[in-house]
Every structure is written in structure tokens, then in C-alpha cells.
Design a protein around this ligand. Structure first.
Ligand code: ADP
Ligand code: MG
Length: 634
């Protein structure tokens, strides 16, 4: 009679087999991890003189395949189990001998010597996801009897005496028969096994050995035969566990290209670790080019997650904020409270704590680059600056502080990229606001009539050329307590007191003509006034506070744009321009012509601003009339 599994074990076993793990293939990882733990334990015992000295180089994990019998065996020469231990550890689900061992070891303060993986007491049962029968033959160190545990799943298990020549454990799986949906035979295939070991167990510190067929050319003949050779399937030491001083740039580059499937070296490597109440190793990379699918929906951000060198998850997206979604890499941490199975990662405190450390680390790396390797940073910015800007207005600006110092904009200061910090450092003593203007290109921004006088007065202007830019500034609202100010919106306070008084005086003198123009333009404009910002250009349009022209343009391109969503238009006229004198003349001597002048003036201002004019045909006729008029003087 078989013994039934203990306690709630049967239900748990069922749960295990059917729902805890998302991929059946992880059974191999779990069994290899157990073998690795068993080897660690034996080594630990030898350190404590509980067994005779163990040569650590002789410790290994061996994978054996018998295609005919459909068996896959994982064999170790580790600590082994007594029959009681088999009963306790394999007969009770959620009972982990390894966890107990680890606690004992923590007390002995020897945890640096070994790196026990197990702790949940469920991994072993993942074998039942692929096997109809599981046999464990084991002989405990310091004993000469061996035992065999046999189970065919939910029904229970038997333990009987068995034969094993050396100390250690063999786990022998008889694989399920293939079904329509499930190919179990693949786990007997050399290549598949090698692939799984590489994927999940590459950094197990003991060699994982398997005999693989290799082609062999027979002597004196053309025939190619095969022979079996023993191969170590894992690379054993994770790069991120090696001391930084031992890792060359090439090591990093090769590792990155191999692991993250890039053909180019990364621009930046960020290798960091933390030890203490929270400990982890992280290796992160900033690609040197934009991944081809970066701005598409199928690009997934995230870092690979390892726990004690064992692969858990490919894209742990919680580890990287959206603004930095271009970062690739991995994190290895023993601290994650992985719920029951390693797979079911809780949204837990440790994970959040790691994420916040990484976020700070990436930021400080980028800031350092900005401060000391300007060219490199600008290269980075060219690739991923847009993502940083998007990150800015995601989550309603929750990332303001994280990102504000990383932003670059082109400015009137040599038309080069500047950071806000640099802008503020250069601000004039009496300057209260950070000036900006939007346009399609830097050239267009520089040519905006409103910008001329501002520049001449020695104020720097940010040239915003991307759709998101104004939104970014709006989210930012202020930088170092300075507000942002569009040079073509609302009032602009750059004129001196005398200049203002002068314009004030002229406004009063020209009240009639300004009122008349406003009357002609009617509802198209909110106001017509003399400008305090124009230098050589006769006219410009500025928007009222609120919606800006740039936002109007961006919003009008949205799928169901509201056509009434318009920036308020204010027509500003340069009182110092001869055209204004001409208009006043006309107003005095030929008042009925003022209609034509006002409309042309307004349409010009619209065109300069890159806004559509209401009636191009009418505009053309008006300009033609003016030309005919002008010709009469000759
Ligand atoms: P965990 O590894 O989380 O402890 P498992 O279900 O994978 O849980 O294994 C349960 C226990 O069985 C282990 O803690 C260990 O005590 C024992 N065990 C499993 N495999 C082996 C092995 N190859 N050699 C020795 N002991 C083993
Ligand atoms: Mg385990």
C-alpha cells in the first residue's frame, strides 16, 4: 500500500501541477536547483568536518537520457537523503529541508560559503507536470544504505530500500506520453535540454554535465560518424557576480549582445550592487541605437529577474519606470519574496525598493554623463530624449523631479542643446521667466518676429521643435521656481520703463486707428494693440493666456478635434515701423481703405505664425489691390 501524501498535500499537488507554474519546462530548473542545493550542503558539511573532506571540483550534476525508456534523470553526488528525510521533504508538500538548512546555516553565519536556492518546498513537485512517474534514489552522506521514493502523482508514494553505490541522489522521471497539445518527448532531446539549462540554470555554480553526440570523421574514410562526448552545459559564473575590476569592456559588450540580441555594443553599462537588508546585483545597459520596435506596442520594457543565479522572469516591468524603458539588463536578488513558486512575483516591497534604487542609479548615471561627457549625453539624447519627455507627462507629472534635470532643448544660445540648469545659470539678473518659442524647426523658431528683440535684449530663448515640448513645460510648470513663458503669448515684460512709457503714449495717440482695425477684424481677434516685443517686423500675432498656438495646432490634429478650440488671437503692431505710419496716413486721408489694410495685416500675422488664413482667395485679391494702388504713384 502506498502512503498518501500528507496533510493538504493532495490538493496542493493538484494545484501545483495545474496552476502554479506557467511553463512546464521549469521542472528541469527546479530539479537542477535541488541538486545544486544538495551539493552545497555536502560541501558545507565537509567544512564542518561532519563528512570527510570533499573535493569541491568533483561535485557535479549529471543529466541522463534514455529515449527508449522515456526517462530523464538528474543525478547529483550531493548530500543525499535518509528515508526519514525523503518522507519529510518529498512526502510533505511545502516542506523544505533546504529552508531549515538555511536557517541553521544563518545561525552558524556561514552563508557566504554556499548559496542555497530552495525555500518553498514545492519545486520538486513540478516534476509531475511532465512525468507520470517520479523515482528518487538517494543515499545520505555517512550512511551505506540507499532508499528509493516512488510516486505516480496524487495517489501517494512508496519508500523502499534500494541500491546506490555512492552518496547522492538520482531523480528519474518517466515522462508522460505525448498528447495532441503537449509534446513531452522534447525533454528527451539533447538540444532542448541544453537550451533549457542555458536559459534557466546557466549560473548554477556546479557543472551540469551531459553526454552529447558529436560528429566525428572516421579515419581513412569519407564517412562521418558520431561519438558521445561529455559536455558542461552551463557557464557557471554569472558575469554580474564577478568583481568589477575583473570584467573588461569586451566582456560586458559580448554579454550584452549575446543576451539581449543586439548587434551593436551598448552605449553605456551600469553595473551596480547593494548589500545589506536589501541586496541585489544589477547589470543594466543603455543601447547605442533605438531598438527597431521601440515605439511600437510590441516593445516590452523590463529587466530579467534572477534569484540566486536562477532565471525567473524575462521582463520584470515593475523594475523600470516608463521614462527609462530603453534600459535593458537584469537583476539578481536573493531577497524577493517570491510567492510559493518563484514565478509568482508579488508586487512586494522588496521589488519596489529595488526598482526605486535602480531608478536613482540610472538617473545619476545619466546626469553624470550630462555633466562630464556632454557629447555622449547628446548622443543618448538623440536616441532616447523623446522617451524622457514622454515620461515627463505620463502619470500627470509624477516623474517631474526625476526627469527635469535630464531634459535638453535647443536654445538661442548658439542654437545648441542646453539643460534647464544651464539656462537658469545664464539668466539675466532681472529675468524672472524662462523664455521659449515653438516652431517646426530651429530655424523657424529663430526667425519668429517676436524673438528678435528678446534676443537682442540678451535673453535666451528655448526653441521648442517637438509636439510634446510645450506639454512637457506645462507639466513642469516651474524649474527652480522660474516659470516658463512663451514669447508669443500674453504680456511680455522685456521693455524698459522708458520704452513702455513711449509705447503707452503712442497707443493713446493712435487710439482711433487701433479701434478701427479691431472693429474691422471683429470676432477674429481679441485685441489689437501696439507691441512691446517687436523690433524690425511690422506685425505679429500673440495668443492670449491659456491655450497657445502650438497647442492649438497639436490638438487640431487629434482624431476628433474640436474646431472651436482655438487660442485667443491678439494682433500686435510695431509702432516704430514705417508701415504703422502708412496706416495712420491712410486712416487720416482715405479711411475706407483701412478695411483692406487691416485684413492684410491680420492675414500676414497668421501666416507668420503658421496658422491657416480663413480666406486665401480674398487675401490674394486684397494684396493684388494694394499692388495696383502702389503702382499708381509711379
Ligand atoms: P525546496 O527546494 O524549495 O526546499 P523542493 O520541493 O524543491 O523544495 O524540495 C523539497 C526538499 O527535498 C528540499 O528542501 C530538500 O531537502 C529535499 N531534496 C530535494 N531534492 C533533493 C536532492 N537532489 N538531494 C537532496 N535533497 C533533496
Ligand atoms: Mg527546490
Amino acid at each position: 500500500m502506498s502512503k498518501p501524501f500528507k496533510a493538504e498535500s493532495r490538493r496542493l499537488l493538484d494545484l501545483m501541477i495545474h496552476s502554479i507554474y506557467t511553463h512546464k519546462e521549469i521542472f528541469l530548473r527546479e530539479l537542477i536547483s535541488n541538486a545544486s542545493d544538495a551539493l552545497d550542503k555536502l560541501y558545507f558539511m565537509s567544512l564542518n568536518d561532519e563528512v570527510k573532506e570533499v573535493d569541491r571540483t568533483g561535485l557535479s550534476i549529471r543529466i541522463l537520457v534514455d529515449k527508449e525508456a522515456r526517462t530523464l534523470s538528474i543525478v547529483d553526488n550531493g548530500v543525499g537523503m535518509t528515508s526519514e528525510e525523503m518522507e519529510d521533504n518529498l512526502g510533505t508538500i511545502a516542506k523544505s529541508g533546504s529552508f531549515d538548512f538555511k536557517q541553521m546555516m544563518d545561525q552558524a553565519q556561514k552563508k557566504d560559503e554556499v548559496d542555497i536556492i530552495g525555500q518553498f518546498g514545492v519545486g520538486f513537485y513540478s516534476a509531475f507536470m511532465v512525468a507520470k512517474k517520479v523515482e528518487v534514489v538517494s543515499r545520505k552522506a555517512n550512511t551505506d544504505v540507499a532508499f528509493k521514493f516512488v510516486s505516480e502523482g496524487e495517489e501517494g508514494y512508496d519508500i523502499e530500500e534500494a541500491q546506490r553505490d555512492t552518496v547522492g541522489t538520482s531523480v528519474i522521471l518517466t515522462l508522460n506520453d505525448d498528447t495532441e497539445d503537449e509534446d513531452y518527448s522534447q525533454y528527451l532531446d539533447d538540444f532542448k535540454i541544453q537550451e533549457l539549462v542555458k536559459k534557466y540554470s546557466d549560473y548554477i555554480r556546479y557543472p551540469i554535465l551531459m553526454d552529447v553526440e558529436e560528429e566525428e570523421k572516421k579515419e581513412d574514410s569519407e564517412e562521418v560518424g558520431t561519438k558521445l562526448v561529455e559536455k558542461t552545459l552551463n557557464s557557471r559564473i554569472p558575469l554580474w557576480k564577478r568583481s568589477k575590476s575583473d570584467i573588461t569592456k569586451e566582456d560586458y559588450n559580448e554579454f550584452y549582445k549575446d543576451k539581449f540580441e543586439d548587434y551593436q555594443d551598448p552605449q553605456r553599462v551600469i553595473h551596480t550592487n547593494l548589500e545589506g537588508s536589501l541586496s541585489f546585483d544589477a547589470m543594466m545597459f543603455i543601447p547605442s541605437h533605438v531598438p527597431f520596435n521601440f515605439y511600437s506596442a510590441d516593445y516590452e520594457k523590463g529587466l530579467q529577474l534572477y534569484s540566486r543565479g536562477v532565471f525567473i522572469l524575462d521582463k520584470a516591468k515593475e523594475l523600470i519606470p516608463d521614462a527609462f524603458r530603453f534600459v535593458k539588463g537584469l537583476v539578481d536578488s536573493p531577497d524577493l519574496s517570491l510567492n510559493i513558486s518563484r514565478e509568482m512575483l508579488q508586487h512586494d516591497r522588496q521589488l519596489k525598493a529595488i526598482a526605486s534604487r535602480l531608478e536613482k542609479k540610472i538617473k545619476s548615471e545619466l546626469l553624470g554623463m550630462l555633466k562630464t561627457e556632454r557629447e555622449e549625453y547628446e548622443k543618448f539624447w538623440k536616441n532616447f530624449g523623446l522617451q524622457i519627455k514622454y515620461g515627463m507627462y505620463q502619470n500627470y507629472g509624477a516623474n517631474r523631479e526625476l526627469l527635469e534635470d535630464l531634459l535638453l532643448f535647443v536654445s538661442s544660445h548658439d542654437n545648441k542643446l542646453v539643460s534647464l540648469e544651464e539656462y537658469v545659470a545664464r539668466m539675466k539678473e532681472d529675468q524672472k521667466e524662462i523664455y521659449f518659442v515653438s516652431g517646426e524647426t530651429v530655424e523657424k523658431c529663430a526667425a519668429v518676429p517676436q524673438s528678435e528683440w528678446v534676443r537682442e535684449k540678451g535673453f535666451e530663448i528655448l526653441y521648442l521643435t517637438e509636439d510634446v515640448d510645450e506639454f512637457v513645460l506645462q507639466i513642469l510648470h516651474t524649474y527652480k521656481e522660474k516659470t516658463f513663458k512663451s514669447i508669443n503669448q500674453g504680456e511680455l515684460d522685456i521693455a524698459s520703463t522708458e520704452e513702455k512709457e513711449e509705447i503707452q503714449k503712442k497707443s493713446e495717440e493712435s487710439k482711433d486707428v487701433l479701434t478701427k482695425i479691431k472693429e474691422v477684424l471683429g470676432a477674429s481677434v481679441q485685441d489689437v494693440r501696439l507691441s512691446t516685443r517687436l523690433k524690425t517686423h511690422p506685425v505679429c500675432l500673440v495668443s492670449a493666456d491659456g491655450l497657445s498656438f502650438e497647442m492649438e495646432k497639436v490638438l487640431s490634429q487629434m482624431p476628433d478635434a474640436n474646431p472651436n478650440l482655438k487660442a485667443g488671437r491678439i494682433l500686435e503692431i510695431n509702432a516704430g515701423h514705417p508701415l504703422f505710419e502708412a496706416i495712420k496716413e491712410i486712416h487720416r486721408h482715405d479711411p475706407e481703405k483701412i478695411d483692406n489694410y487691416a485684413k492684410v495685416l491680420y492675414n500676414q500675422a497668421l501666416l507668420i505664425e503658421g496658422l491657416p488664413i480663413d480666406n486665401p482667395l480674398e487675401f490674394s485679391i486684397q494684396v493684388s489691390n494694394l499692388m495696383i494702388d502702389a503702382s499708381r504713384f509711379h
